[in-house]
Ligand binder design. Sequence first.
Ligand code: CA
Length: 233
Amino acid sequence: MPTDPILVIEDERGMVELVRLYLRREGFEVLVAYDGPTGLRKFRDHSPALVILDLMLPGMDGWELCRQMRAESNVPIVMLTARDAEADLIAGLELGADDYITKPFSPGELVARVKAVLRRFERAQEPPPAEEQGVWEWGNLLIDSRGRRVLVGETPVHLRPKEFDLLWVLAQNAGTVLSRQELLRQAWGYQFLGTSRTVDVHMGHLRRKLDAAGVEGLIITTRWGVGYVLEKR
Ligand code: CA
């Protein structure tokens, strides 16, 4: 259990009370902000273990807040979104949110999601177990799973933790098509409840970064209706 608090930024007081109740029952310390600027200040003052962020907020909306927090820190961010607001969701993931919860949600879903994101984040900070460590090389790409480094030729490629995990899973299965669900299971390490568009968003980032670095001899191919494959060529 983290000792740092969870910061909840949301202006609907009823929703805040609910979230606070659920999380406290699980032993989390909870900080609250009812508007964007206060949220940003509390984020800076308290370095929370995780941020639960509503999108529609007075003062500064959730997208801008997400952008600012992401520019300063790697803190896990879970967005609260309205049902069927897929455009919002994709925008949030593009800005670096780690996960989302659709309103209305059950206490069990909220707690499970928060714990899963924290576990994932903690695991990303730790070196992988010995049997998963190693170096994978093909063409001018080198992936060092122990150091969580990626080189294209001599040039380091800066990947976010989930982009790295996706690349490592693709490399370990090079030549095999992996479904989005399989990628979520292997790279995120839990049964993802929401849209597999999360994979598409992170895969887009990964491809752009590898292309920009000039990767040769490898291509991430989309198999429509199936998934993704890292192909050697
Ligand atoms: Ca709101």
